[in-house]
Design a binder for this molecule. Structure first.
Ligand SMILES: [Mg+2]
Length: 272
């Protein structure tokens, strides 16, 4: 700025900032960003180690399913107008995909639909601690079990095989409802509610309970979660997943090129 130039007005500054924003169009997510992929894979390593190796996570799953059994017993003590059902998510809820994340970390790559489907096609994911026992208990108590997952419909065959071979009940096309079009699970829950009463849900994302909990606009979604606390306490079991999820997308977005800077910015914002 020349020494004698008049000061820019506040509005002019805003106009300049808007213009600057317009010129920095987002860079499309692309497999041609190996450096960023390697950086993000590295940033995820501790989360993957925690999920895949730690006795803490092993115990958290057991604990979650122990609580699920208590909640189920309490719900079944009441009469229900329709047959009771339990709804569970699949990934990081009943099946452990941390080997896929371990492989990504090792190869310095991030999630892509293609590599993900290579993994699910194997059908070799192990059951998470407590899951098989809980769902067979629910079946024994007269509950239907539904699996509502955002795996895509072309993953159905190996998913059914994987669930059945690991000992999960009702692993068939009537009870495994995969994603066809939308990741919002509301319509699939509604389908279950037409014939059953969902008494308990289990998942690793808050949206496995209700799509409204995807809203992280205020306080990262914590006030909304607090508002639903009584309902969540009785009807939803949340399991750990530090590797990925709506909680992370809300902060970083999904454009790989932008994610490192966004992570750095939010950490700086809350550092002291
Ligand atoms: Mg999941």
């Amino acid at each position: 700025m020349p020494r004698n130039a008049p000061p820019l007005s506040f509005l002019a500054l805003i106009a300049l900032s808007v213009a600057a924003c317009r010129t920095s169009a987002p860079v499309a997510q692309s497999p041609t960003t190996p450096n960023v992929q390697a950086q993000l894979a590295q940033q995820n390593v501790d989360a993957v180690i925690y999920q895949h190796f730690s006795a803490e996570v092993h115990r958290l799953y057991q604990q979650g399913y122990e609580l699920a059994r208590l909640r189920l017993d309490a719900a079944l003590a009441k009469p229900w107008p329709k047959p009771p059902a339990v709804v569970v998510d699949i990934d990081e809820t009943v099946l452990d995909n941390s080997p896929y994340q371990v492989t990504n970390a090792t190869l310095g790559r991030t999630y892509t639909p293609a590599t993900w489907k290579e993994w699910t096609a194997k059908g070799t994911a192990k059951a998470l601690p407590g899951a098989v026992e809980f769902l067979n208990y629910a079946k024994q108590r007269g509950c239907a079990v539904y699996y509502i997952s955002n795996r895509e419909t072309d993953e159905l065959g190996p998913t059914l095989r994987n669930l059945a071979e690991t000992g999960f009940p009702m692993a068939d096309t009537a009870h495994v409802l995969l994603m066809a079009g939308t990741s919002d699970k509301t319509l699939r829950r509604d389908r279950v509610n037409q014939t059953h009463h969902i008494i308990l849900q289990v998942g690793d994302q808050l949206t496995d309970f209700d799509q409204g909990l995807k809203n992280r606009g205020e306080g990262q979604g914590k006030p909304l979660t607090d508002a639903l606390r009584d309902t969540l306490e009785g009807h939803f079991i949340l399991l750990p997943n530090p590797m990925y999820g709506a909680w992370l997308d809300a902060i970083t977005g999904r454009d790989l090129q932008e994610i490192p800077a966004r992570k750095a910015a939010i950490l700086k914002q809350d550092s002291y």
